[in-house]
Design a protein around this ligand. Sequence first.
Ligand code: ADP
Ligand code: MG
Length: 255
Amino acid sequence: MKSAVLLESYLKALRLPAFLREYGQAARQCGEEGLGYEEYLEALAGAEISSREGRAAARRIRQAGFPSAKELSDFDFAAAPGLNKTRVLELAGCDFVRRRENVVLLGPPGVGKTHLATALGREACRRGMRVRFFTAASLVTAYLEAREERQVQRLDAALRKQDLIVIDELGYIPFSPSGSQHLFGFFSQCYERSSVALTTNLPFSEWPQLFGGDERLAGALLDRLTHKVHIIDIQSDSYRLRASLRRREGGGATQ
Ligand code: ADP
Ligand code: MG
């Protein structure tokens, strides 16, 4: 018993919480299975590594600022018949982030663009990547605020450290000239350095109107975004709308 007290204080000092939690149970199990000292140590070290990775992934997910905990496993592909499931699952492996490629999720409101962008971002966090989630409007606001505080370089530097930046809802609100310039600067600095996963309801041909009709700026920005891009076109009916109709119908049937 005395040795357990000493052992536990060592494990605490060494910051090995999984060892501490599991050493007794692992010892019993190794005894039952006739496993040796090395296997015992390996099992504990493995438990420590996976619990450390789990904590790090949870921290990255927290820091990313996702709007929800939506996962790919919550996504009903049968409800989005036009969507190429194989391509989405391949993207979830996050090699596109390693290759610094971009993803554009294109489609009308309510079809699951934000859901999928969030799910891809969470997968990237689990694979050890640094991710930030913005709406297009919140990214522009972040730049405008940074400019007022003379912190644009700092914001740029923080964004450069990310592996993947999700930009949600491009196309709902047009940008002011300075907002447009900041977005252009953002896409220029991401180019081949960080991946961008962007959701939009606007086909590329309509992007100039987002930037006050500035065709050259929209063109140059699209050039950078689409140089290496996976376009996921989701042209189904609104899932949100269908779900609320179903609820209403369901409600009616029980009356
Ligand atoms: P969008 O960003 O395209 O407007 P969202 O991703 O916000 O759409 O989707 C609206 C709601 O419907 C969310 O709660 C989302 O989780 C849900 N949703 C959309 N498509 C699906 C789907 N195929 N399977 C499960 N949930 C879906
Ligand atoms: Mg959305």
